[in-house]
Ligand binder design. Structure first.
Ligand SMILES: [Zn+2]
Length: 323
């Protein structure tokens, strides 16, 4: 029997009787990070990095026993040893290393090698079996220099002000929004954020992270009060009727997906900026190679496309599939 199997509820370790990022309520849930597609409410107990636990409490309330750990410290379930290692994706984001009977498995969760002011750097692990995300499963997803994208946002903001448009930029409320604010810091651009983003900004500050100054967008705020601000909003309101309050605006999309042809247009945006908190295709391949695995399983994203692209690279690595 495999140490980690795929069940309807999520990835399951029978030896240790725990799930990783379960989609349905289970007894023990080990959570890689606090994005909504990686946890569910109703579990009997939660385990994760202490920052992940901080966000889970904010998002779900203290609904069950929640156990927070530091990176590289280990804990056990029925003799199965677990430890969390930075995934570089958002505060607390963890790769889960699972060891039993001299066999090591790693579940990446969402990963992002490179600089993130709100994370410890991604830790390169080695293992026997790797279960990796593959959100950006095509070589067309290669991230450009981040500072060049920041310059593009700066130019767009200036252009909008000259044309008397409000620049409204979409950014996921937890992770991308804070990183974007940090990247724009020092550029002289006033920032106005949607209340949902403000809530998570404050939760970052509670963890001791520095978030640059910002104002909160309020209902009925006048054009004059909004002024020259760049407005950050979560995807849930981007290009919905909610946006009509701005009268005249330019909609910017901040995502790795803008490299896919027509994405900007299809999402009703006026322009796109390639900023992502996920690994690009090359980084996914590099992690697979450097993990020195006997076999790799794919999760999230277009698994068939990733499989095809990995086969094209003729890596000397077994790509495995759960039934
Ligand atoms: Zn995520």
């Amino acid at each position: 029997m495999k140490l980690i199997e795929s069940r309807a509820e999520g990835l399951y370790c029978a030896k240790g009787d725990f799930y990783i990022d379960p989609l349905r309520p289970v007894k023990r849930a080990v959570i890689t990070h606090a994005h909504a597609d990686h946890f569910c409410s109703g579990c009997d107990s939660y385990f994760g990095h202490r920052h992940t636990i901080h966000f889970l409490k904010l998002r779900m309330g203290r609904i069950a026993p929640m156990h927070g750990f530091e990176y590289n410290s280990s804990f056990e379930f029925n003799g199965v040893k677990l430890s969390l290692h930075s995934a570089g994706h958002m505060p607390g984001s963890s790769q889960v290393r699972i060891e039993y009977d001299e066999e090591v498995w790693v579940v990446t969760g969402d990963l992002k090698p490179g600089n993130n002011p709100y994370c410890e750097p991604f830790e390169q692990l080695t293992c026997d079996f790797l279960i990796t995300e593959c959100t950006f499963s095509d070589p067309l997803f290669r991230w450009p220099n981040e500072q060049e994208e920041v310059s593009k946002i700066k130019n767009w903001h200036q252009d909008c002000i000259e044309k008397e448009l409000h620049p409204v930029l979409s950014a996921y409320a937890i992770g991308k929004a804070q990183k974007t604010q940090q990247l724009l810091d020092g550029n002289g651009i006033p920032i106005l954020v949607h209340p949902t983003i403000a809530k998570f900004n404050e939760s970052y500050r509670e963890l001791g992270f520095k978030i640059p100054d910002y104002r909160i967008l309020k209902d009925g705020m006048s054009k004059k009060k909004i002024g020259n601000a760049l407005v950050l909003v979560p995807p849930s309101v981007f290009n919905t009727a909610w946006m009509l309050r701005f009268e005249k605006y330019s909609a910017g999309l901040s995502s790795g997906w803008v490299l896919k042809p027509n994405t900007v247009k299809d999402r009703g945006a006026d322009c796109g900026f390639v900023l992502s908190d996920h690994a690009d295709f090359d980084s996914l391949v590099k992690n697979i190679k450097q993990s020195k695995v006997k076999g790799v399983y794919l999760m999230h994203g277009d698994k068939s496309l990733m499989l095809q692209n990995l086969q094209n690279l003729e890596l000397d690595i077994k790509i495995l599939r759960y039934q």
